[in-house]
Design a protein around this ligand. Structure first.
Ligand code: NAD
Ligand code: GLY
Length: 357
């Protein structure tokens, strides 16, 4: 088991990472000072897989556990579902000191986090991420939100958890496509911040794909550290944190233009390569570096090309994206693997050339 520290304006917290950690959750929650009643928010699939292990650990440490379920799916990240959860929390006599445990992927983490941030003006939150994406990205850094209308994550706040408990053993039951979604975010973090992590992924891809315990733990720890460092420097996303959007300008547009048939990770992979090509054509990213990036994406099982999509649809989707800054598209471009810069100067001509070429 390893730990990563996160510094935040509302208090520092620890991420515990390793296989089999769900069984130790009760002990850690006791150590950080919780007692009595706890509320677990999860979905039926994750509950069936991991609800019992968590409940046994919590009950073994003397906690009274109430479990609230929401159906699986992105559409549950809504004010309607949050409203239902507030009602159920009230019926369960949850108080301001009653912690909420978010057991699941990024959907549960964002929704339960939003509810924890707003119920009775904020109750303690513990993230227990069970997808690779949630373990390396969404459970860290305090962004909690629901979607509103067509807009993703449009209603939300920053609300840091009191702890993150990351059981890498839960990755063994993940669907391959979901695993690859998370792998795209690992590659993203490596390209923006950590050349050594990129080399680690390159060298260990077969062990990563065969879900070797030590390799997964190492990969999640290294990626979680990157997010912790970036959030520690720019918790409120006013500058540096935006580099985590590398691959997302084009990625989000592909996701929405494909009516979400292309998954987030697949779209980000295509977006990362597109940004790499833009940087290469601007004479910044070396061709060897671009080829390394492309090879890792392909070997990870992620796509590099845009599925059969109309350019106008993608460009239109980009215009609606939150990454438009003062009317211009904002790109995070790699200077080399491990270092990126922010550019508001990519012409639509170059963008089009890269997307169709
Ligand atoms: P998800 O939460 O929908 O989970 C994907 C699927 O995997 C679901 O069907 C889920 O039930 C299932 N699942 C979860 N754990 C499992 C396990 N261990 N074994 C088998 N199945 C399991 O999707 P996600 O990719 O984890 O998260 C996506 C969400 O995260 C989006 O809503 C996105 O906006 C959000 N997000 C937030 C941040 C942030 O900083 N807050 C960052 C990135 C993404
Ligand atoms: N996933 C981007 C961020 O947390 O800022």
């Amino acid at each position: 088991m390893k730990t990563v520290e996160v510094r935040s304006g509302s208090g520092d917290y620890r991420i515990h990472i390793g296989p089999g950690l769900l069984e130790q959750t009760g002990q850690w929650l006791t150590e950080i000072g919780f007692s009595g009643k706890l509320v677990v928010i999860t979905n039926p699939l994750v509950r069936k897989l991991y609800g019992d292990s968590l409940a046994q650990s919590l009950e073994g440490s003397g906690f009274e556990t109430i479990t609230l379920e929401v159906p699986d799916g992105e559409e549950q990240k809504s004010l309607d579902t949050a409203g239902r959860l507030y009602h159920e929390l009230t019926i369960a006599y949850a108080e301001r000191t009653t912690p909420i445990l978010a057991l699941g992927g990024g959907v549960i983490g964002d929704l339960a986090g939003f509810v924890a941030a707003t119920y009775q003006r904020g109750v303690p939150l513990v993230q227990i991420p069970t997808t690779l994406l949630a373990q390396v990205d969404s459970s860290i850094g305090g962004k909690v939100a629901v979607n509103h209308g067509q807009l993703k994550n449009n209603i939300g706040t920053f609300y840091q958890p009191r702890a993150v408990i990351t059981d890498t053993g839960t990755l063994k039951t993940l669907d391959r496509r979901e695993f690859n979604n998370g792998l795209a975010e690992v590659i993203k973090s490596a390209v923006v911040w950590d050349r050594e992590l990129f080399a680690f992924v390159e060298q260990n891809l077969s062990k990563i794909k065969s879900l070797d315990n030590d390799t997964l733990e190492e990969m999640v720890v290294r990626t979680a550290k990157i997010k912790a460092e970036i959030v520690g420097e720019d918790e409120r996303d006013l500058g540096l944190r935006s580099i985590l959007n590398y691959g997302h300008t084009v990625g989000h547009a592909i996701e929405s233009a494909s009516d979400f048939k292309t998954t987030h990770g697949e779209a980000v992979a295509i977006g990362m390569l597109a940004a790499g090509k833009i940087s290469n054509r601007l004479g910044i990213l070396d061709r060897n570096e671009l080829e390394k990036l492309q090879t890792v994406i392909v070997e990870a099982g992620l796509p590099t090309a845009i599925p059969d999509l109309k350019m106008e649809k993608i460009v239109e989707a980009m215009r609606h994206d939150k990454k438009i800054f003062h009317g211009k598209l904002r790109f995070i471009l790699p200077r080399m693997i491990g270092e990126v810069f922010i550019s508001d100067e990519v012409s639509s001509h170059l963008l089009e050339e890269v997307l169709v070429g």
